[in-house]
Write a protein that binds this ligand. Structure first.
Ligand SMILES: [Zn+2]
Length: 105
């Protein structure tokens, strides 16, 4: 049995690829494609140099919501894409990154 899909958590399928230098398991190529696209969107929105972990928690058709983490910072986001994972059609952070910026206050 392979590890759960890094994007959606599905336990079926065996698609493995290297993302950001890390070997990850996905259920299918579409999830792998979308994972990489979502990381690009998260990095663009947050300014992070990389994303340590990203997960899509809820998917309703082509619309999903998930979270991403870099160090101690974490963001939640809404994302939409094509069914085959080839393109992100909408991406929006729900809130600014937590744990980032000046401390105190
Ligand atoms: Zn998947």
């Amino acid at each position: 049995m392979s590890a759960p899909c890094a994007l959606c958590g599905a336990t079926w399928g065996e698609h493995r690829r290297v993302v950001q230098g890390e070997t990850l398991d996905f259920c299918c190529g579409s999830c792998g494609d979308f994972y990489e696209l979502a990381i690009v969107e998260v990095r663009r929105a947050t300014g992070w140099p990389r994303v340590d972990r990203l997960f899509i928690e809820e998917v309703d058709g082509v619309d999903g919501s998930g979270w991403a983490r870099f160090g101690e910072s974490r963001v939640e986001f809404d994302v939409s894409g094509l069914p085959d994972g080839s393109k992100v059609t909408r991406f929006a952070l729900r809130s600014p990154p937590s744990g980032a910026g000046p401390r105190g206050g």
